[in-house]
Write a protein that binds this ligand. Structure first.
Ligand code: SAM
Length: 472
């Protein structure tokens, strides 16, 4: 069935709020609920319904019949198609309001508890070019615009380089501009497109699994240096090496180049060897007074300026007096552990990616920090009762899990360890609320604060301070 045949038009939907994944939610005059892309609470719209999930229609806004007062003009020309910054049409003030609401809803509805203190959402001073890492995909079958399809003309050039169209694994929006990363991010991507097209290099096709160029990751630091990681489907040094050489010559800002060869079905390459091609092996960055060496596989907060603010909230919530034995779970390259090390007696970080722990150790040496220890492995396997016995009673546990939240066994170990405080940093209010609900058997939420790390998206970071309920 074609793109159009599955569609249904519905008129007169009144949008009232924001739901899962940042979609606007609203009702028609019969009270039917709809989840729509492209809407703003307060809009009255006509919509195209694309699918139903558990009986609820999901779709996109086709026409705005009455615009919400919170609606603003998006600044990026790819806004309608690109899934990157879906909230550009909502004023920044209202974005913050809805992020805070998302956290409140999760705590109240999923955790079913009340926080003692809700602190105001922490906003970003810089709402454009705030990311220090982006990944663009190559595709031999880019996303076609409605105009291109309707023109009926044969399109010879189907190559695209940009972000995946949301909801597709094989269609890429051919980006000309993006406001997420500082320059020369756009210049590198656009140069790469014209160089590779000019040389007739094949772009990958995720459906047929044919083609050569797959992805490019660009990472930058505050000094304006860039690290590049190019992913190709098979080794072809005759094409690859001149391409990487030309890129480095064209962009003096590129201080490090890696490549990876991946014939995997998905685009995840972290489990494959990365080959160092040029320049420095790491990017150097600093947060507060702490220096970091960031490798191509390391997790590092993607908004550097806001990461400092986030870690300051962690420090403020923990309110260390210098005597504490602390655990930093899901430590990445030890960022939080090293950031707070000078305020505590000792700190132990756990992280599953070995390379990140390798850099955590390097970063510890680099900063002459002597009271931090790092361990590589799954938190549920490393953080056992024996481990805690060996490394000392936990006064404070800082935890910053991935979107899935903490494994139940980790929550259970924390409950047995009974730290006085838990500082829970999360990028997913729903899983954080689920875990807080499990912890509520022994803990109360003292304070909670949403932190905006990703303007113009629905993503929100949260820091919650949980304190142990004192038993008589
Ligand atoms: C949200 S990041 C936090 C990193 C770090 N706290 C920071 O601020 O940069 C989550 C980290 O958890 C790691 N991770 C994911 N699952 C894990 C697990 N089961 N055990 C240990 N670490 C895990 C990821 O590799 C990632 O580095």
């Amino acid at each position: 069935m074609g793109r159009r045949n599955r569609r249904k038009n519905v008129d007169g939907i009144q949008l009232s709020g924001i739901a899962d994944k940042g979609r606007a939610v609203g009702r028609d005059e019969k009270g039917q609920v709809y989840f729509l892309e492209g809407g703003v609470p307060g809009d009255e719209v006509n919509a195209i319904i694309l699918r139903k999930k558990k009986g609820v229609p999901f779709g996109v806004v086709k026409e705005i019949t009455k615009a919400s007062p919170d609606r603003i003009e998006p600044f990026c020309k790819h806004f309608e198609l690109c899934g990157g910054c879906k909230w550009q049409h909502l004023s920044y003030e209202k974005q913050l309001f809805h992020k805070e609401l998302q956290v409140k809803n999760a705590i109240q509805r999923i955790a079913r508890i009340e926080a003692h203190q809700w602190e105001d959402v922490l906003s970003c001073n810089q709402t454009k070019h705030y990311r220090n890492k982006l990944e663009y995909s190559f595709s031999s079958a880019r996303w076609m615009t409605e105009e291109e399809i309707e023109s009926g003309k044969e399109i010879a050039d189907k190559k695209g380089l940009g972000f995946n169209k949301s909801g597709t694994f094989d269609k890429v929006i051919d980006l000309e501009e993006c406001y997420l990363q500082p320059e020369p991010s756009n210049e590198i991507r656009n140069w790469l497109r014209s160089y590779t097209k000019g040389n007739g290099f094949e772009y990958y096709n995720s459906r047929s699994r044919k083609g050569w160029l797959r992805n490019i990751m660009l990472r930058n630091n505050r000094d304006g240096e860039f690290m590049v990681l190019l992913s190709v489907a098979y080794k072809n040094e005759k094409q690859l090496f001149p391409l990487l050489d030309a890129m480095k010559d064209a962009f003096p800002a590129i201080s490090s180049i890696y490549y990876v060869v991946s014939d995997k079905l998905n685009s995840i390459t972290i489990d494959l060897p990365y080959h160092h091609f040029f320049g420095k092996e790491v990017l150097e960055e600093r947060l507060g007074n702490v220096q970091f060496h960031i490798g191509p596989k390391s997790f590092f907060q993607t908004n550097t300026l806001q990461a400092e603010k986030l870690y300051d909230v962690v420090k403020e919530y923990a309110a260390f007096d210098g005597s504490e034995n602390v655990y930093d779970l899901y430590t990445g390259l030890g960022s939080i552990a090293l950031y707070v090390a000078d305020s505590v007696h000792s700190i132990t970080g756990i992280e599953e990616i070995k390379e990140a722990i390798y850099y955590a150790e390097q970063n510890k040496e680099l900063n002459k920090i002597h009271n931090a220890k790092f361990y590589a492995g799954d938190c549920k396997d490393i953080l056992t009762d024996e481990f805690i016995k060996k490394h000392g009673k936990a006064d404070v546990i800082i935890t910053d899990p991935p979107r899935v939240g903490m494994h139940k066994e980790v929550v259970e170990t924390i409950l047995r360890a009974e730290p006085k405080k838990i500082v829970y940093v999360s990028c997913n209010p729903a899983t954080q609320a689920r875990d807080i609900n499990l912890l509520s058997e022994k803990y109360v939420v003292e304070k909670i604060r949403a932190v905006d790390m990703f303007p113009h998206t629905h993503h929100v970071e949260t820091v919650a301070l949980l304190t142990r309920i004192l038993t008589k």
